[in-house]
Design a protein around this ligand. Sequence first.
Ligand code: DC
Length: 219
Amino acid sequence: MNNITIAVDGPAGAGKSTIAKIIAKKLKINYIDTGAMYRAFTYLIVSKNIDFNNKIEIQRELKNVKIEFLNNHIYLNDKIVDSEIRTDIVNKNVSNIAKLDYVREHLVNLQKIIAQKGNTIMDGRDIGTNVIPDAKYKFFITASLAERGKRRHKQLIKTANDISLSQTIKSIEKRDIIDATRQVSPLIKAHDAIEIDTTNKTIDDTVEIILNYIREGGN
Ligand code: DC
């Protein structure tokens, strides 16, 4: 398949990245997890103890930071941070960093450059609306809050995070509200995106729906 660009958006825990990763493998295209970029930058700010209101310091970090994807790993200043960006402290703070307009501007520019190379499936919150509005395929993946909480909790306990299901649900709900109500490019379905509710669907079901749609050329 020639130069295909796919945008996948939706709230936390809906299964976007799991699904996007499988599709990337099947179609032999690149997978870019834009949430991981916001997470990596949040990890940097949190580990340097920088106050979220300190615009000057955050802008300085932004100017010097190097965030890259290589061989399915996320690199922050040349160091792999795959597990560091999935910790509870990053989960709790990432939406507050991701809502800063100057942080978004910087990371969105980076994402646009990556997307321009083509053959990419990118997931996030504003991919279809803002990062690649001209993507050939756009999907908006949702699931009920309870189901998303369950899925995220399963992931979190694997990495030895000591967190209860109800705490996980609360934390997701909080993030949903910040992501959907922020002023700059909030989480919102693009008017031309296909919405898929995965609450009662397996990962394979959803992957199949998306692949069928792409095979049919989006009709
Ligand atoms: O998809 P995720 O849970 O890893 O995303 C982490 C956070 O990053 C999420 O709370 C909102 C933010 N984000 C964003 O604002 N825009 C994106 N394109 C991707 C993620």
